[in-house]
Ligand binder design. Structure first.
Ligand code: PFF
Length: 453
């Protein structure tokens, strides 16, 4: 183990930071719109099953690999196997970190931009989502606007990561996560007290099973990875700063619980407001930037809610962005002997530049398409639909089949001595999911993403 390697200050700090990584644009921007497009309650049910049977077992595995090796994804596999194949799996995680952060920051930038636009009053006069859509087209269509906020998002991310694991990531998460939850509670209360909110609640709770197609199940499963930050070593890296006395299984359960709770709360806040205004819940990716601003504009005091909502999104994006950058930084610090500051500045700068064509995909480069996809869409697709499921598949196979069962058992027991006595079925169930259920289902997701199904 490296002497003086950084570590979390407390277990609570770790939980908040890891929940901060998990809770992001995926929960507040993506989950509500994919649930909206795929029929609401029935989709949410399938999603919850995916989280329980795939997300949770894989999350335990990722954190466990990190905690046991006290290393970044590349160093972790090197410490456990010496096999080139597994080391390259770890390396793919670092590559995925580069890719996801490069485009994540573009949308993260928009959310900061929308906080500023709310304060400037540009969001208060819409009569319809179409008008809000025009403004959204104008803003995201401006290279200067997009690039400036992409840069601001990066500057904030780098500012936090440069301060280190405890002083930067943990400290900022301890402030940002409680603010995030408080804002969400306020927005939820506002949502459910609107006239007509019950239609939104019904949409979320009354299932229409006819909407559950094979495709919807694969979308739910793919999203389970993205939302829990799985498959690229972010949770592995965060786990590597955890002490041996902490219980990995209960920590994972708390992270899954927080991530799921916040996605559902965001769903309630958003759909009650959308239904109360009689707007379309299936508006797709534009739900947040086009439908909601129109909802806020029609509400008394809407400008405050709009400010809070976009601030919520910006915070959620930032706590996830820092975990993406940390994967890359941890690799260069652990394996290449860089100092943290240098690694943040050089690789933060590089990832910012890789993100420039993504920011321009909505304006100057909108017509540059390969296989009918813009640069943004390609990077998003490769990372979210290929690399993350592939990484998740490898982690399940590694812990299920490659790592010796005795070693896995010993690793889980550290910090959770009573677990196997109190829950004798735990190990068997966890292994069945890792060895069989997760590999089969994730392979289906991958085949689907690659167009074979
Ligand atoms: N979990 C984040 C979200 O739901 O927005 C996205 C994410 C963050 C994915 C970090 C992967 C990652 F390593």
């Amino acid at each position: 183990m490296t002497p003086n390697r950084e570590a979390w200050g407390s277990r609570f700090g770790f939980i908040l930071a890891a929940a901060g990584s998990a809770v992001g644009l995926g929960n507040i921007w993506k989950f509500p719109y994919i649930a909206g497009e795929n029929g609401g309650a029935a989709f949410i049910f399938v999603y919850l099953v995916c989280i329980a049977i795939i997300g949770f077992p894989v999350l335990i595995s990722e954190i466990l690999i990190g905690r046991t090796t006290q290393r970044n994804p590349v160093g972790a596999f090197a410490a456990l196997t010496h096999s080139k194949f597994w080391i390259s799996v770890g390396f793919l995680g670092v590559v995925a970190g580069f890719m996801i952060l490069s485009f994540y920051s573009v949308i993260g930038g928009w959310t900061i931009g929308y906080v500023v636009e709310t304060l400037r009053g540009s969001l208060s006069n819409f009569q319809s989502p179409d008008e809000a859509g025009v403004l959204f087209g104008k803003l995201s269509g401006s290279p200067t606007w997009s690039l400036s906020y992409h840069a601001i998002f990066f500057a904030l991310t780098m500012f936090i990561v440069i301060r280190g694991v405890e002083g930067g990531i943990e400290r900022s998460s301890k402030i940002m996560m409680p603010v995030l939850v408080s804002i969400l509670v306020i927005l939820m209360i506002r949502g459910v007290t609107l006239d007509g909110a019950s239609k939104g609640l019904a949409f979320l709770w009354v299932p229409d099973w006819s909407k559950i197609t094979g495709q919807a199940i694969l979308i739910a499963l793919g999203h389970a990875f993205f939302t829990l930050s799985l498959g690229m070593g972010a949770m592995l890296t965060y786990g590597s700063y955890m002490g041996k006395r902490d219980n990995v299984v209960s920590a994972s359960a708390q992270i899954v619980f927080l991530d799921t709770l916040i996605a559902l709360m965001a769903g309630v806040a958003i759909f009650t407001a959308v239904f109360a205004s009689g707007l379309d819940p299936a508006a797709g990716p534009g739900l947040i930037f086009q439908t909601l601003p129109a909802v806020f504009a029609s509400m008394t005091g809407g400008v405050y809610f709009s400010f809070l909502f976009f601030l919520l999104l910006a915070i959620a994006a930032l706590t996830s962005g820092i975990s993406l950058l940390e994967v890359v930084v941890a690799y260069f610090v652990d394996e290449r002997g860089w100092d943290r500051k240098g690694a943040v500045l050089i690789f933060g700068g590089t990832i910012f530049l890789i993100g420039v064509p993504s920011a321009l995909s909505f304006n100057l480069m909108a017509d540059v398409k390969i296989f009918d996809k813009t640069f943004f869409d390609i990077v998003d697709f490769l990372a979210s639909n290929i690399l993350l499921p592939f990484g998740g598949l490898m982690i399940a196979i590694f812990v299920g089949w490659i790592w010796s069962t005795t070693a896995v058992r010993a690793a889980v027991k550290e910090g959770a001595e009573q677990l196997f006595d109190n829950y004798p079925w735990f190990e068997r169930v966890w292994f069945i999911f890792l060895k069989f259920v997760a590999p089969i289902l994730i392979t289906l997701v991958l085949l689907n993403s690659l167009g074979f199904m």
